[in-house]
Design a protein around this ligand. Sequence first.
Ligand SMILES: Nc1nc2c(c(=O)[nH]1)N[C@H]1C(S)=C(S)[C@@H](COP(=O)(O)O)O[C@H]1N2
Ligand SMILES: [Mo]
Length: 203
Amino acid sequence: MGRFTRGFSGRGQKERDLRLPPGQYDTGDRWPVLTAEVTPRVDTATWSFTVDGLVAKPATWSWDEIHALPASTFAGDIHCVTTWSKLGVNFGGVSIDTLLGAAGVQPSATHVLARSSTGYTTNLPLADVTGDKAWVAWEYEGKPLPVEHGGPARLLVPHLYFWKSAKWVSGLQLLDHDEPGFWERNGYHDRGDPWLEQRYQGD
Ligand SMILES: Nc1nc2c(c(=O)[nH]1)N[C@H]1C(S)=C(S)[C@@H](COP(=O)(O)O)O[C@H]1N2
Ligand SMILES: [Mo]
């Protein structure tokens, strides 16, 4: 163990620290579970995902149909408003761009309201779910997404606080205005950028 050992106190740790937004800590291998509702049992045989609202034509995919779309992956970091961040995670699924492209977004659309089969909702600016930075994800580290983390499929918007990443996601509604979701009605920020520490309304 000499002075060139690259341990958690060395250069590797500094590189990890730079990836932490203000006020966040590195949760390491742990992945905390945060769920407001009872964890549902979602059957992939009856699972569906719908894009509706201000679209040319509402579109719905079954589990098999959404898997037939071009696959897309994310590798990077996730940040929860309760101050944990998890670095270097890998998800697989489909880009929201692909889903919105199929439904055809009307020019008047500015925001989306994501919904879960449990009734959970969260609002996002349209610009935060387009441009290959948001996914419907069903794989974590190459394996099926665990049910407690939103499996069979969750929304993944890793550049915003993780409450925007609705677990057991069932659809996106396109809107011409912002409409607060579950946590946003309870005081959390409408956008939730971790680098700007947009935790609560007014931040
Ligand atoms: N349906 C649903 N989605 C949800 C939540 C929830 O309670 N219900 N919690 C949110 C919050 S606050 C966080 S931090 C993440 C937690 O995801 P995890 O349990 O996989 O870590 O999911 C988000 N998506
Ligand atoms: Mo959270």
